[in-house]
Design a protein around this ligand. Structure first.
Ligand code: KDG
Ligand code: MG
Length: 419
């Protein structure tokens, strides 16, 4: 894409030009559901924000349409901070994934508009470039150890410097993160939640074997990551973290559920494996204890579920004081709009660690044209004004919403567990 600003940038950006005259929610399903907010200003400049909350998409769409859009009309799109505070404090209830995703969508769209008005990419508005590209990790999801190591090898060949590795668990039918043969992994696959069965002892048996094999096959030149996806108790998580130490992990993610932030103290007491957490967090308050007590190394909360660029900037600065780095969530249920905004943030943020990169389908990439690109293990944001992602609304209309929910997990005796 050309680095020259789009023609709409020629508007002069006075308060009258910046007046919000319309905002609407677009729900589309190019392979999976996405919710997008589009805000239009009097100048003709518009911006978009991602509002996708996997499995609960219409809750955010209704929150935006019914409770946020009427409050935006007539406001100055340049007052990003004030609009954030208005939506956060003004709702009275504060926080929660639905509210914070809705606020994030508005915030992303406003930064996009500001960038277009200024004729600058968002990373420049944030303070400029701190790096040439954002180190990313992709997913190897084999049905067994051999398939996973093969996939890791293929990604290294393609230039990836970091890979998250998961594998099937013998005796567990549908382990987290594993693709059905030949299909890209996408967990929200049915209208009602798929029931899966979980066994922690079987899982704890296989994971160290997987990483032993990966280091034997690929050496130490590649960064390796793993996601336990909230399945373990704190002491089980400590055991896994310790057993993975010989394989020098980049991180172990979501080792235990983090509602009780003190749980991570138990893992820290037993292991030096770096820890990442936060994709289900939506505010700085969810990770305050974890960060100020240096119980984690990477914070994964990203733009769309964490109140937008405005709130994430605050969180990242707080994390920097405690040497915690960012490692933003980037699964396919976060739209290319979120990825675009995240990459501008990653390009600026001083305490950047890594960015997750799960590939969107061709249909999703066509609905959301963007200027970010992958080269030599890194994603690079583009130079166009704003966050560099747009929406083809005509194409989006061809993919109607299709209700889909995430799976659930039960233990072998039928008890409900964390998926
Ligand atoms: O919607 C849930 C997914 O985003 C989540 O399961 C993906 O854990 C995930 C990851 O690390 O990408
Ligand atoms: Mg995860």
């Amino acid at each position: 894409m050309s680095p020259t600003p789009s023609p709409e940038v020629t508007a002069n950006g006075s308060a009258r030009d910046r007046e919000i005259i319309a905002a609407r929610v677009i729900v589309t399903c190019p392979g999976r559901n996405f919710v997008t907010l589009k805000i239009e200003t009097r100048s003709g400049i518009s911006g978009i924000g991602d509002a996708t909350l996997n499995g609960r998409e219409l809750a955010v769409a209704a929150y935006l349409q019914e409770h946020v859009v009427p409050n935006l009309i007539g406001r100055d799109a340049g007052r990003i901070e004030d609009i954030w505070q208005f939506l956060y404090r003004g709702a009275y209830w504060r926080r929660g994934p639905v509210t914070m995703t809705a606020i994030a969508a508005v915030d992303m769209a406003l930064w996009d508009i500001l960038g277009k008005l200024a004729g600058m990419p968002v990373y420049q508005l944030l303070g400029g470039r701190s790096r040439e590209g954002a180190l990313v990790y992709c997913h190897a999801n084999g049905r067994d150890i051999s398939e996973t190591t093969e996939q890791v090898g293929a990604y290294i060949e393609q230039g990836f410097l970091a890979v998250r590795a998961q594998c099937g668990v013998p005796g567990v039918k549908k382990a987290y993160g594993i693709s059905t043969a030949g299909k890209p992994y996408e967990p929200a696959e049915s209208e009602l939640p798929a029931e899966t069965v979980w066994s922690t002892p079987k899982y704890l048996e296989i994971v160290p074997q997987l990483f032993e094999r990966l280091r034997a096959d690929h050496g130490t030149g590649v960064e390796l990551l793993h996601d336990a996806h909230h399945r373990l108790t704190p002491i089980e998580a400590a055991r896994l973290a310790r057993s993975l130490e010989p394989y020098r992990m980049f991180w172990l993610e979501d080792a235990t559920p983090a509602e009780n932030q003190k749980s991570f103290e138990i893992i820290r007491q037993h292991s030096v494996t770096p820890l990442a957490v936060g994709e289900v967090f939506n505010s700085i308050w969810d990770c305050k204890h974890l960060i100020e007590n240096q119980l984690i190394d990477y914070i994964r909360t990203t733009i769309v579920h964490g109140g937008g660029i405005t709130h994430l900037r605050r969180l990242a600065d707080f994390a920097a004081l405690h040497q915690v780095r960012t490692g933003f969530h980037g699964a396919t249920d976060l739209s290319p709009v979120c990825m675009g905004a995240a990459l501008h943030f990653d390009t600026w943020v001083p305490n950047f660690g890594i960015q997750e990169y799960m590939f969107h389908s061709d249909e999703a990439n066509e609905v959301f044209p963007h200027d970010y690109y992958f080269r030599e293990g890194r994603l690079h944001c583009g130079e166009s004004a704003g966050h560099g992602v747009t929406i083809d609304e005509k194409l989006a209309a061809r993919y109607p919403y299709a209700p889909k929910q995430l799976p659930i997990a039960r233990l072998e005796d039928g008890s409900m567990w964390d998926w």
